[in-house]
Design a protein around this ligand. Structure first.
Ligand SMILES: *[C@@H]1O[C@H](CO)[C@@H](O)[C@H](O)[C@H]1NC(C)=O
Ligand SMILES: *[C@@H]1O[C@H](CO)[C@@H](O)[C@H](O)[C@H]1NC(C)=O
Ligand SMILES: *[C@@H]1O[C@H](CO)[C@@H](O)[C@H](O)[C@H]1NC(C)=O
Length: 204
């Protein structure tokens, strides 16, 4: 699964996954960021979010990387989880280095939201929309309601500290986690991949 945004220098990225029904009813997170070359291939070293806990860490669980919003969203709702308020990288998970204007892919797992759509009723065909916001002036305690659908592509929204860099379909049309559902089975045939240590047999 790849949502693609365009980077400006030193941007902090905030990623929000929304469906038509509820904000962040899905639970997944950006696992890795990649620089995309002009021919569409991934180049350079990968980057990672603040406070990243690698899936390959001993004793890994989803909890440290999950920041579920709702059902009530109000002015105190935080854009970042408690563990990601500070721009601090963990050992082995450096920040992505990208020149201004680069295209960047944000990789995440579909967690069944694409391949097992009937697990929760009412999923839209694109499985929800990923909103990617960036700022060169990140602050602690960024308030969700001051950014989501307030910052805009021109940088003239709200307090004007950031921009909407991209909106993307949650489903990139190729991703799958391996399961017995017909979508996963069909995609595994259409987009085969060699298992690797980070993604396993799944295709992010
Ligand atoms: C794509 O571009 C990258 C970076 O410039 C280069 O290393 C790679 O060989 C290119 N791949 C192809 C298939 O042209
Ligand atoms: C978030 O909202 C609180 C309460 O209104 C405010 O004190 C704080 O400055 C806001 N945070 C940012 C980064 O603007
Ligand atoms: C999966 O099954 C559903 C329900 O029968 C069907 O609507 C859909 O087209 C199938 N998708 C694929 C990729 O086979």
């Amino acid at each position: 699964m790849r949502a693609i945004g365009r980077a400006a220098q030193c941007f902090a990225l905030f990623t929000i996954i929304a469906t038509q029904l509820h904000l962040a009813v899905a639970h997944t997170w950006v696992e890795r960021l990649r620089l995309i070359s002009s021919n569409g291939t991934f180049v350079g070293d990968p980057g990672f979010p603040r406070g990243n806990v690698l899936r390959t860490s001993p004793g890994f669980s989803d909890v440290p990387m999950t920041h579920l919003l709702g059902p009530t969203i109000d002015q105190s709702t935080q854009m970042c989880s408690d563990k990601q308020q500070d721009a601090v990288q963990t050992d082995g998970s450096p920040r992505l280095k990208a020149a201004a204007g680069s295209f960047v892919a944000l990789e995440y797992q579909e967690n069944g939201h694409v391949t097992l759509p009937n697990n929760q009723a009412g999923k839209p065909p694109n499985r929800g929309t990923v909103y990617i916001y960036g700022t060169s002036e990140p602050q602690k305690k960024e308030n969700f309601t001051a950014i989501f659908k307030v910052w805009n592509a021109d940088g003239t929204g709200g307090d004007k500290r950031g921009r909407l860099l991209a909106t993307q379909n949650f489903d990139d049309g190729q991703c799958y986690q391996v399961n017995g559902g017909n979508i996963s089975v069909a995609r595994k045939t259409e987009f085969p991949k060699q298992p690797d240590t980070l993604q396993g047999a799944d295709l992010w």
